[in-house]
Design a protein around this ligand. Structure first.
Ligand SMILES: CC(C)(COP(=O)(O)OP(=O)(O)OC[C@H]1O[C@@H](n2cnc3c(N)ncnc32)[C@H](O)[C@@H]1OP(=O)(O)O)[C@@H](O)C(=O)NCCC(=O)NCCS
Length: 176
């Protein structure tokens, strides 16, 4: 599989969702069924990287995608040194709700490209509306070292998954 250069908003008329397979059933189900619905009702936005080769029906398979949404965390979930400077009400954060790469493209740097693109997207939103951090909810334990590699820190179990976060200020240092 080869892929285009630009992430674009998921469009069910242009992108073939059913063929996406990252190896994790809940993420496959999300892109196939829920992502478009969630955009329609306005709770998240999904950006996809289409494959170069369209299928017979003209739709392009999805090589990778990320889903972002606004969220919040209790300051108690954050390290004491950060928490003490924050208000006592839930702290606004940006959530990378989902992120996955099709199995056929694993191991070619696309996970990194997708994460950097998602962080860049959120950094640009932060210019207009501030959030304290970017949070991810790791669906599987195996995703943890991937995010840790890029500076995400553990914040305990969140919504049944291991939560990780990176302070927004740190993104400037990552050069996103
Ligand atoms: C996790 C995932 C996004 C990685 O995608 P990928 O395209 O294979 O990753 P890349 O090729 O960009 O790898 C980038 C770096 O991360 C490392 N890496 C990739 N997956 C990793 C993992 N699970 N744990 C630790 N490191 C990992 C690579 O070795 C590489 O390191 P290097 O730059 O030093 O060589 C992909 O395996 C995936 O979609 N998995 C299923 C869904 C999932 O678990 N999503 C996580 C959110 S819930």
């Amino acid at each position: 599989m080869t892929w285009t250069r630009t992430f674009e908003e998921l469009d069910t008329g242009l992108h073939h969702r059913e063929s996406f397979d990252c190896g994790e059933a809940p993420l496959n189900e999300f892109i196939r069924i829920k992502a478009a619905r969630h955009m329609k009702v306005g709770v998240s936005r999904t950006m996809v990287l289409p494959a170069n080769e369209p299928r017979g029906d003209g739709k392009r398979p999805i090589a990778a995608f990320y889903t972002i949404a606004p969220s919040s965390v209790e300051r108690e979930r954050l390290p004491e040194t950060m928490a003490k400077r924050l208000p006592r009400y839930p702290v606004p954060v940006f959530l990378i709700a989902q992120l996955a790469v099709d199995r056929k493209a694993h191991g070619h740097g696309l996970g990194k490209v997708t994460l950097v693109r998602a962080l860049h997207h959120l950094w640009s939103i932060n210019d207009h509306l501030r959030a304290f951090a970017v949070v991810v909810d790791c669906l599987t334990e195996s995703a943890r070292p991937f995010y840790a590699k890029y500076g995400f820190l553990d914040m305990g179990v969140r919504n049944g998954h291991l939560g990780m976060f990176i302070p927004m200020k740190q993104l400037a240092g990552l050069g996103v």
